[in-house]
Design a binder for this molecule. Structure first.
Ligand code: PGA
Length: 258
């Protein structure tokens, strides 16, 4: 049984003060949550303060990006060592906004995935097709290429620790999510592809999240799908009420299937 994982990607939102206040409330709101891995991914400047607050709690800390080197002349970048130092256990890699606005390639994501695993971080690797790719009937090919290139060189043990987030780019921040059925279809394709490369046992261990306009209203539709093990939540992770409702829906899934 795969443990559901709900991660909040705050993107470029909340000052340190706002982040701390939010996480204090979240810790209270989610204090009795069980069976679900909950992760918050604040902006880099808030990681240390939020990490200090989360110490010893059941909520994990994640970063939204990192460089693959431990240190060096990379102005503006943050290393895996620095993330571990402030208490991160997760890191989102290859988010479509990084690919689109910052030219991040699958090859760069691949270096980051290896570095994250070397440092004991759990990578949340994002894949997803753009609207024109979907319209051209290229969804499956795009996903498979992203997987192949970003996961190159991993062994099965490493792969089992990776979380994949299926995030169709056209669904991100648009209020137009994929249907549960379609998200499940692509997640099934992801799992079958991983089974081919890493073996069925490993593929069955990998958690696959859906991301793209996830809300308290639609979360249950995604969690009801067999291949979907949680969500990467953007906009709805910024508000206490909506994020807690999403986490609670995942708790219900965890307790009904345990
Ligand atoms: P959204 O973002 O939930 O606001 O669509 C999801 C994401 O970008 O991870």
């Amino acid at each position: 049984m795969r443990r559901p994982i709900i991660a909040g990607n705050w993107k470029m939102h909340k000052t340190v003060g706002e982040a701390v206040e939010f996480v204090r409330s979240l810790l209270t709101a989610l204090r009795d949550v069980e069976g679900v891995e909950v992760v918050v991914c604040p902006p880099a400047v808030a990681l240390k303060s939020v990490g200090d607050l989360l110490k010893g709690s059941a909520i994990g800390l994640g970063a939204q990006n990192m460089h693959w080197e431990e240190q060096g002349p990379f102005t503006g970048e943050i290393s895996p060592k620095m993330l571990v130092d402030v208490g991160c256990r997760y890191v989102i890699l290859g988010h479509s906004e990084r690919r689109q606005h910052f030219g991040e390639s699958d090859a760069a994501v691949n270096k980051k995935v290896h570095a994250a695993l070397r440092w004991g971080l759990i990578p949340i690797v994002c894949v997803g097709e753009r609207l024109e790719e979907r319209q051209a009937g290229r969804t499956d090919a795009v996903i498979q290429t992203q997987l192949k290139e970003s996961l190159a060189g991993l062994d099965s043990q490493e792969m089992a620790r990776v979380v994949i987030a299926y995030e169709p780019v056209w669904a991100i921040g648009t209020g137009l999510p994929a249907t549960g059925e379609e998200a499940n279809r692509v997640s099934g394709l992801i799992r079958r592809t991983l089974a081919e490369w890493f073996g069925e046992g490993t593929a069955q261990q990998v958690r696959i999240q859906y991301g793209g306009s996830v809300s308290p209203q639609n979360i249950s539709e995604f969690l009801a799908q067999q291949e979907i093990d949680g969500a990467l939540v953007g906009g709805a992770s910024l508000h206490l009420e909506s994020f807690s409702t999403i986490v609670r829906a995942a708790c219900r899934k965890a307790s009904s299937s345990s």
